[in-house]
Design a protein around this ligand. Structure first.
Ligand code: DQA
Length: 151
């Protein structure tokens, strides 16, 4: 029997529920539901099954990561500002033990100094930053290759 591992949990953290109200020059003015629609289309083209989750609660984000081993085969994480300081989320991500790609819509390297630090360093396969929504497509491609999806 072949096991087909193709589920990708796409996790958005704090302030992504109001993505369309955030600085359009930085985040493109796109809503979270439009972003998720695009990710879903790209995922299906790659024979991946996306599962979406967003919360503004750090504890809830950790609890989702605790459950992710039963829900998904891989993770795309954009934890927003938590990326830069939440050791609790980094510990929960480590616990999840799933191939993970970190994505940022904006180029975190060329903004404020505090955004250059990611607590997920060393826990993720790759970090894609500054490519807008297309960054998620790149992340999906990396995970499809990692999971051997569609092959
Ligand atoms: C972000 C970058 C973070 O620094 C910021 O706090 C966000 C969004 C991005 O997608 O560019 O909330 O993760």
């Amino acid at each position: 029997m072949t096991t087909f591992r193709n589920r990708v949990a796409v996790l958005h953290g704090v302030n992504f529920d109001v993505l369309d109200r955030r600085d359009a020059a930085v985040y493109g003015g796109i809503s979270l539901s439009e972003l998720e629609r695009r990710i879903s289309d790209w995922a299906h083209e790659l024979k991946l099954e996306p599962i979406f989750f967003q919360t503004n609660g750090e504890g809830e984000f950790c609890e989702y990561l605790h459950r992710s081993i039963d829900l998904a085969d891989s993770i795309i994480v954009n934890a927003g500002a938590w990326t830069h300081y939440s050791r609790a989320i980094a510990d929960a991500l480590e616990l999840a033990r799933l191939p993970t790609v970190e994505v940022h819509l904006s180029d975190v390297e060329s903004r404020d100094d505090w955004r250059k630090l990611s607590v997920f360093d060393g826990l993720v396969l790759a970090k894609v930053s500054g490519k807008g929504p297309d960054g998620y497509r790149e992340a999906l491609e990396l995970l499809a290759r990692e999971l051997g999806a569609g092959s």
